[in-house]
Write a protein that binds this ligand. Structure first.
Ligand code: NI
Length: 387
């Protein structure tokens, strides 16, 4: 693959950076060491560095050799609450925390581009390197936006990428338009009445109510949303009880909704509230439902999706880039940034086929110079344009 020679020459350094980050993963909003490593590298390469944006976020600013546009590149830095089971020599040294989504590689690829661009400056305009905290549902993009990310560092276009364990190194894919789902997280608190388990008639059993409510929630997608419109409603947690002989007084149900149409999402939210209210009224108890909007629908700008594919094709070859037809019901908080600045988001395939978020997740490091080269070429090609 024709990655940029000067980036390819730094592959060993990229691998070292990635393995160091992998060994020291940090959860969202706790990326103190990680953001320190990022800032240290940017400083060493003479890149203007801004820290503590959206908590632990870092922004690097690099001006080229003349006037031009400003292009933003974004990588995420956080890890997941997973106990790593890879047995790699550079496996996590932080028990219960693992880079199981490859954000260590995303950060490394952006650093690789930053180093190359700082050494070559073969571009006009300005590169904005955005290192974001807390992508995994903890609102890192929103935190950076609330901290004035694009007011302080206005960008004309922004781009991001995610590794994809397809077992197909260097395959780049973009879904123009709506690409990834918007996501809610919800918690339902059932406050009923406990009793001795041998005398259930003295209780209002929250477990019976909860299991029934879960079944009712399953009818929302099957009976209230059009079959032609994708929407997912998954209950993922039920918490109640602490003994064999006690009917508890409380039960909590939690889960997530994924959607592409906000009107339909609102209908589903209403339906969920109605089912809870109906159940509360029927049993004479209190049921509170809290629905939090976590991610927006990710929308790739149609024209800039093609730009991203064309630039990627320069690196991986025309045969290795593809427009994806299907939306993904996963979510990604780069969506929040794309609502403010037009841009596009792609996936880059690599060796390894265990899914993201798996405790044995393996990332093929051949992706590092590939991603760094795509980022670098985006800056070289997109800053020079006018208008
Ligand atoms: Ni991820």
């Amino acid at each position: 693959m024709p990655v940029i020679d000067k980036i390819s020459a730094n592959t060993e350094e990229l691998i070292a950076i990635r393995r160091d980050l992998h060994e020291h993963p940090e959860l969202g909003m706790e990326e103190v060491r990680t953001s320190g490593v990022v800032a240290e590298h940017l400083n060493r390469w003479g890149i203007e560095t801004h820290r503590d944006i959206g908590n632990t976020g870092v922004v690097g600013i690099l001006k080229g050799n003349g006037d031009g546009r400003t292009i933003g590149l974004r990588a995420d830095m956080d890890a997941l609450p997973i106990d790593e089971k890879t047995n790699l020599p550079f496996a996590s040294k932080n028990p219960g925390v693992m880079h199981a989504c490859g954000h260590d590689a995303h950060t490394t690829m952006l650093l690789g581009a930053a180093r190359y661009l700082s050494e070559t400056r073969n571009f006009s305009g300005t590169a904005v390197f955005i290192f974001q905290p807390a992508e995994e549902g903890l609102g890192g993009a929103r935190a950076m936006l609330a901290d004035g990310l694009f007011k302080r560092f206005p960008c004309d276009e922004i781009y991001g990428m995610h590794n994809s364990p397809t077992g197909k190194p260097g395959k780049v894919a973009v879904k123009p338009g709506q690409a990834m789902a918007g996501a809610d997280f919800f918690d339902i608190h059932i406050r009923a009445a406990g009793s001795h388990a041998a005398m259930p008639h003295q209780s209002i059993d929250p477990i019976v109510i909860a299991t029934s409510l879960v079944q009712q929630l399953q009818t929302v997608v099957s009976r209230n949303t059009p079959p032609t419109q994708p929407l997912v409603l998954s209950v993922t947690q039920i918490h109640a009880g602490s003994a064999y002989n006690v009917i508890p007084s409380d039960c909590t149900i939690s889960g997530t909704m994924r959607y592409f149409d906000t009107t339909l999402a609102n209908k589903v939210r209403d339906r969920m509230r109605s089912l809870c209210a109906g159940m509360a009224s029927g049993y004479g108890i209190e049921i509170d439902i809290e629905i939090r909007e976590i991610f927006d629908v990710l929308v790739n700008d149609e024209a800039l999706s093609q730009v991203l594919l064309d630039v990627a094709a320069d690196v991986v070859g025309k045969d290795n880039v593809a427009v994806t037809a299907d939306v993904v019901t996963g979510s990604e908080d780069f969506a929040d940034m794309l609502r403010v600045i037009p841009g596009a988001y792609c996936t880059v395939g690599h060796e390894g086929t265990l899914p993201l978020h798996n405790d044995g997740f393996f990332l093929g490091e051949e992706i590092l110079p590939v991603g760094a080269s795509i980022y670098a070429k985006l800056i070289e090609q997109r800053t020079a344009l006018t208008g």
